[in-house]
Design a protein around this ligand. Structure first.
Ligand code: SF4
Ligand code: SF4
Length: 398
């Protein structure tokens, strides 16, 4: 296929650095030879998803073994390697050092001499305040985590580039682009600006359910996804998880703009039959993306999701208040309180809470729809089971 956009899916069962390095290097050599993308003198920047300080087993952040394996491939090839991300909220160099260590990046960085960068300075590019390290001076290797996301349904290669936006500017963009369908516009624009050279998605221990932070549920998928095209890498993940394009706002928007073509997607996989996980659990707001055409705008006004503080779990750390773009969260009598008149349901606060203390409150209508969805799924599963048993009985009788 002349215009094929290759996406390579590797089956890898755990985070053994030697195995990761061998398999990823073999795939790079065969499908994305370094000589096609890099030249002598290039500096390589690994951009993992380091949303918040979290242990690798929480599945919130890209596993450090991926960065270690990929970084050492580039180091062996003679390129200087640095690691950088801009987590949510206002982060200074002390916070950043803490995040790198909690996420398990401190040790491998020391071992291999990878410099860990801070997001302190920003540069304005096409109206977007990028971190200084995303301004084109490094070749970026995008290392996203495969996770669900309450606002964008999934966070993969393209969404991981949102971490190239400097500090609290990320929150401001949520005000400018409050709806998922508008928000993905900024993601598509970023993808065109940052242009990562390679994307290597960590889907070994992925996250399903109420992602992308600690309320999500770790889920073993045992895959690594590689591509030189972030958008097509995300497109292929939909096939992997049996997610309809219309249910994934980023893919839907990209298709509408003619940026994706099914015929150009070439998946090369050693991970078994597709889809790998038919039962992958998406976050509740994904039902909004399944509502067809014109009905969606009317219904979205009443199908509301709101953040709700769980006072039993809230430790009054203030992180949600710092990241809230509308300054709708204040601390009253030692507890975070949301002013719903100001809240735009961007869910940044839930994303940033390290204590899983912000729940999603669903409106009455949403709860009814979710119940109906569950009910119809159990009927379909029940009927399928009955059919399989009847089929088996018929075969025995024959
Ligand atoms: S809700 Fe979470 S982020 Fe906000 S103050 Fe409480 S513990 Fe901190
Ligand atoms: S309270 Fe939470 S959901 Fe509401 S605007 Fe602030 S950060 Fe967004």
């Amino acid at each position: 296929m002349p215009n094929a956009k290759k996406v390579v899916i590797l089956k890898i069962d755990d985070y053994d650095v030697a195995v990761l390095k061998a398999k990823i290097k073999a795939a790079i050599d065969k499908y994305f030879p370094l000589a096609n993308y890099f030249q002598a003198g290039d500096k390589v920047l690994l951009k993992p998803n380091l949303l918040m300080p979290a242990k690798p087993d929480d599945a919130v952040t890209t596993h450090p073994a991926i960065a270690e394996a990929v970084g050492s491939i580039f180091k062996d090839a003679g390129f200087p390697v640095v690691i950088a991300d801009s987590p949510g909220g206002f982060i200074d160099s002390q916070d950043m050092a803490y995040i790198y260590n909690e996420c398990g990046y401190g040790e491998p960085a020391k071992r291999y001499g990878f410099e860990l960068l801070n997001p302190e300075r920003s540069v304005l590019r096409e109206g977007i305040p990028l971190c200084w390290w995303a301004d084109g001076s490094f070749k970026i290797i995008n290392l996203p985590k495969l996770k669900t996301h309450e606002l964008t349904i999934l966070t993969l290669a393209v969404k991981n580039l949102y971490g190239c936006i400097s500090g609290l500017h990320k929150s401001q963009l949520h005000i400018n682009y409050p709806q998922p369908k508008n928000f993905v516009e900024i993601l598509l624009k970023l993808n065109g600006m940052v242009k990562p050279s390679l994307n290597i998605i960590d889907g070994i221990l992925a996250m399903e359910g109420a992602g992308p932070s600690k309320k999500g549920t770790p889920r073993k998928l045992n895959v690594i996804i590689l591509s030189d095209n972030a958008l097509y890498a995300d497109f292929a993940v939909g096939r992997l998880l049996n997610i309809k394009d219309d249910a994934h706002p980023l893919i839907k928007a990209a298709k509408e703009r003619g940026m994706l073509d099914e015929k150009e997607l070439e998946i090369i996989s050693d991970a078994g039959n597709f889809p790998l996980a038919r039962d992958f659990v998406l976050p509740s707001p994904s039902i909004l993306n399944n509502i067809p055409g014109g009905a969606v705008n009317i219904l979205k006004a009443i199908l509301k999701f709101y953040p709700r503080i769980n006072f039993e779990k809230c430790v009054s750390c203030g992180a949600c208040g710092t990241v809230c773009p509308k300054k709708a969260i204040t601390t009253i009598k030692g507890k975070a309180v949301i002013d719903y008149k100001e809240c735009i349901s961007c869910l940044c606060c839930a994303e940033m809470c390290r204590f899983a203390a912000i729940d999603l409150k669903k409106s009455f209508l949403v709860r009814i729809i979710l119940l109906l969805q569950m009910f119809s799924k159990s009927i379909v599963t029940g009927l399928a089971g009955l059919w399989r048993r009847k089929d088996a009985r018929d075969k025995i009788q024959k």
